[in-house]
Unconditional design. Structure first.
Lengths: 93, 255
């Protein structure tokens, strides 16, 4: 085994880290908590997004960057939770 | 008794206009005040601030906010503050606000805060100017909070409101490698030295709701993806708050 044996995997890893940074810095997405993980021959896109539009933009960026790999949407969109009534108050003494 | 509603990290933009307002119906029956723990906008533009203002104006309870890192993204944080203030919100950055409520006086000391990390695993003011600037900003944020807490020391109930976390306990669930960018132990030390009834923060979307400072002050991470409702409510009782009489930092210094 030499230092180059695992080069393709390392390059994939760097590419995915760059992709996560692009998702954070993209004006339309601006999502800092999205992670992209490769498992087998698919990419799993995980984390919270604030709205359906931002979810679509994140997935668009993933597909632009990695068109050759199937992207699986495992994002959690929190927009509906914005209108959920709170539970009982927590009493702090 | 003072009922404090709190939420952070709503990240409003045109695609979310009116969505939070729908969840705030009836808030005046559940709470005496609403605290917003930063990241109110996506990019921190004046246009987004106007959406935020529409969401929280005339709720029937006072609204006190700090900004978050997203609200600084476009270098328009002063305009964001101006728009929110014009809509009747109180926006704090190193300041305190005292509210006369039915259950007594509530003092809210607010600051955005900044990263730095937690004792034993934090940055030091050493080396490159960029590293020194990062650490200095974290330290300055904690000093701002300490000053703000002094201004509310006479209130019946005192709350520290930040965007960045003052403790690491509420960050569990976030990758530990990014904790220095999520919080700052000096914020927690300022809180313990002042003695408050509750510390509220946001920023850590994948963290935990409940934590404690070293001095025993309750900390609540109200990032909306954590609480998963429009807001959370905490019922606070006037009385002695946790204070710093046996803080470990003091013991370490005197040892």
């Amino acid at each position: 085994m030499n230092a180059f044996d695992d080069e393709p995997q390392d390059l994939d890893g760097y590419r995915l880290k760059d992709l996560e940074r692009r998702i954070a810095e993209d004006d339309e997405a601006a999502e800092l908590g999205v992670h992209v993980v490769r498992s087998g021959d698919r990419l799993f896109v995980r984390g919270h997004v604030a709205s359906a539009a931002r979810r679509e933009r994140v997935l668009e960026l993933v597909r632009q960057e990695c068109p050759e790999i199937e992207a699986v949407d495992e994002l959690h969109c929190v927009d509906r939770e914005l209108s959920i009534e709170p539970g009982a108050a927590e009493v702090l003494r | 008794v003072i009922r404090v509603a709190a939420v952070g990290d709503v990240h409003l933009g045109p695609d979310l206009r009116g969505r939070h307002r729908a969840g705030l119906t009836g808030i005046a029956e559940r709470a005496d005040v609403l605290l917003l723990a930063g990241d109110l906008t996506r990019h921190g533009t004046r246009e987004e601030a106007e959406i935020v203002a529409g969401e929280y104006a005339d709720l029937g309870v006072p609204v006190v906010a700090v900004l978050g890192n997203h609200d600084y993204q476009s270098d328009e944080e002063e305009a964001v503050t101006e728009v929110l203030t014009e809509a009747g919100l109180v926006v704090l950055e190193g300041e305190g606000a005292i509210l006369e409520l039915a259950g007594g006086t509530l003092g809210v000391a607010g600051v955005k805060g900044f990263g730095l990390g937690f004792a034993g695993r934090c940055g030091s003011e050493f080396g490159e100017p960029e590293m020194k600037a990062f650490v200095r900003h974290g330290r300055a944020a904690a000093e701002l909070l300490a000053d703000a807490l002094l201004t509310v020391s006479d209130a019946d109930v005192r709350v520290a409101l930040t965007h960045y976390s003052p403790v690491d306990g509420t960050l569990v669930g976030e990758p530990p490698e990014i904790w220095p960018f999520l919080g700052n132990y000096l914020l927690g030390e300022a809180i313990d030295r002042a003695g408050v009834h509750l510390a509220v923060h946001g920023h850590a979307h994948a963290g935990q709701e409940k934590g404690l400072t070293d001095g025993g002050t309750r900390v609540r991470n109200v990032a909306q993806p954590v609480i998963r409702t429009a807001y959370a409510v905490y019922e606070l009782h006037a009385g002695e708050a946790s204070s710093d009489v046996t803080h470990p930092v003091d013991e370490a210094v005197s040892a």
